[in-house]
Design a binder for this molecule. Structure first.
Ligand SMILES: [Zn+2]
Length: 249
């Protein structure tokens, strides 16, 4: 996309450089994650409407220069953004955690549209929902893996294809389930998933954040879900969350 183009972009991260210029790491609906430079942004409300903030969705007019190496934001109009969320530091922390995961996993153009819809729904759910699932950021990682084409296979046994029933095991590094007959006697990074926890993970994987069940979970289910998602993300996608950031493992 050389020359001028327009797209919807959701701001993942923003920073200042030189005196009046701003860079934006933006999830573009058609292109994936793109860094945009807004020259003179802190001076021109006319071109940028004072809306270059993290979590905002913008209609962007962009010119690409130097053989596609740089994308300059010419003009931006605010399409959607949170109103109350910015004052809730706890929920803003959850939003930031989700955005860091999007950046760490990356977004190729072919999944950009689906991930864009997921991130907007995540933001709107944090803005509007009265309650949230306790594992909201972890659920987001599972759903994001699905939107990126890495969904773990939770429907049936990964070896025999049969139904799972009770005593099923999730193998994180294979990204699949094993039924009671096919489960290995010993396996690293394996999690026992009770039926209710498995049902919940299936639902989270197939539905947007606004449709996730917001009620409490039993501590055993909560631990099993967390261990399964953490294990999958770490060993299948190669990302671990440590000290507030994702690290390649
Ligand atoms: Zn089996």
């Amino acid at each position: 996309m050389l020359g001028e183009w327009a797209d919807s972009g959701l701001v993942l991260r923003a920073g200042r450089f030189r005196e009046t210029d701003i860079w934006l790491k933006t999830l573009c609906k058609s292109k994936g994650i793109t860094t945009l430079f807004a020259f003179g942004a802190s001076r021109s409300r006319r071109r940028f409407c004072g809306c270059l903030d993290v979590l905002n969705t913008l209609h962007c007019r962009i010119s690409t220069v130097k053989n596609g190496a740089f994308h300059n934001l010419q003009e931006a109009v605010l399409l959607a953004g949170p109103r109350h969320l910015r004052r809730d530091w706890q929920r803003m922390g959850q939003a930031a955690n989700c955005l860091r995961f999007v950046e760490a996993l990356g977004v190729p153009p072919e999944s950009a549209r689906e991930v864009f819809a997921l991130v907007e729904d995540m933001r709107d759910t944090l803005e509007n929902a009265e309650r949230l699932p306790a594992l909201f950021p972890l659920f987001f990682r599972l759903r994001m893996a699905g939107a990126s084409g890495f969904a773990p296979r939770l429907q049936c046994c990964g070896r025999c294809g049969g139904p799972l029933g009770e005593n099923a095991l999730f193998l994180a590094d294979e990204g699949q389930m094993r039924c009671a007959r096919c489960r290995p006697a010993r396996a690293a990074r394996a999690t026992e998933l009770p039926g209710a926890a498995l049902d919940l993970l299936r639902l989270v994987q197939s539905a947007p954040p606004s449709a996730w069940p917001m009620g409490d979970m039993l501590p055993t289910e909560r631990r099993a879900c967390a261990a399964a998602i953490d294990g999958f993300v770490q060993y299948h996608l190669g990302l671990a969350f440590e000290n507030g950031r994702f690290r390649r493992t």
